[in-house]
Unconditional design. Sequence first.
Length: 486
Amino acid sequence: MTHEVQRRLSISVQPVPKQKAEERIHNFEETYIGFDLNAAKIEASRCIQCPSAPCQEACPVHNDIPGAFNLLEEGDVIGAANKFRETSNLPEMCGRLCPQENLCEGACVVGFAIRPDGRKEPPVTIGKLEAFVTDTQRRELDGYPMPRYMPQPTGRHIAVVGAGPAGLAVAEQLADKGHGVTVYEYWPEPGGVLVYGIPNFKMRKEIVDQYIAHLEAMGVRFICNTYVGKDVTIDTMLQGEFDAVFVGTGASLGNEMELEGEHLKGVHKATDFLVRGNLAPEQLPVHLREPLPPPHNVVVVGGGDTSMDCVRTAIRIGAENVTLVYRRTEAEMLGRGEERKNAREEGVNFEMLTNPTRFVGDEHGNVTGVECIRMELGEPDESGRRRPVPMKGSEFIIPADTVAIAIGYGADPLVPQTTSGLKSNRKALIQIDDSGRTSRPGVFAGGDNVNGADLVVTALADGRRAAEAIDEYLGTLPPPRNRNER
Ligand code: SF4
């Protein structure tokens, strides 16, 4: 180990300032205040600049993390931000939302190294540094950086179905090549899960708004409140003005528990609860505009990040008691540890090894409680995690006037059902090749409607790959009639 590596390893991790729990439960501002420049430079200098960069290898879009930190350490914040933007369309979002402990930070050698005094330290705080440099750049520019030169229009037109992470990445990559892009979106505003899934206390909406404004400045058109497959089909798009279509509709259908009482008033699917708790009525479809009644006792079912978003939203909209119910133990939970820590700090009660058996209601059809049963762990199941087994006779009721069910998402089958020649599996996941081409020539897909519910960054990686395949496909078509049109 060289003297320089030893010096870097001796630098302690820099804490990331965040709002105190007793303050943040009264607002929807971001929990993390983030680094200042001095702390960011020190944190970046903890990187030992590994030649093999395992962090970069572990990143789904292969960000040049050591390259960015080398610049940041020297004080070149804009250079560091641009380094992330070379490979990622949404670095400020990935810096906030990726489970870095399982990706770049999970691979960072600084987290494994034992110092001469036997001390261990956490890995370099890669995600928060990525957010810091790109936030700083956007603040200086009052928006996202535009390309130095606007590309010549190619006369090609592509429809993107779904304005979530995959669709937005495709739109930017294709607009950057001079292609005309129109994005269709079911919800009233573009952004998909970034607007309608992620609460403000994890990522402020201004970041998405600025990104959409950036895409519009690059010529991308957005058509919202449009349910593709019902209001317009992909077949008609391809018969009309579009040369190709990308399908990035995500996994938007909340799974049901199929239990007695699940349709009582006050029992919500996670997304319906989150959007009504976090967004203004005018940002929602008409059927979701009625505000949530003030909750007192809230039960959230599930163990992933969406369930943490629900419990933390419930706290902020004034619930007195918020209980998370999960059928296994914390060791089997798939969501982020830092989100569970934040939820605990905010006063959420965790009921582990507990599973709902039915929802109890009153004579008016309102939910009044959740009957649960205690569980114990048995043998591992097909997921490799130990299977939860009910303990007979242990049923009990948790009082609840509001329930949110956050037990995962599935893909909407409408696009595969209404697009001729588009192959999907029994879960409505669209089949693609390694480049994002579907079974229907001219139709490409990526993100959660291909992979099942997954990460923002994997959808982004799919979008970038599909954009390359779409550009290649467009090159095989006869020349367009009017090249000057975007
Ligand atoms: S693994 Fe950690 S120390 Fe190595 S290059 Fe990546 S961030 Fe730096």
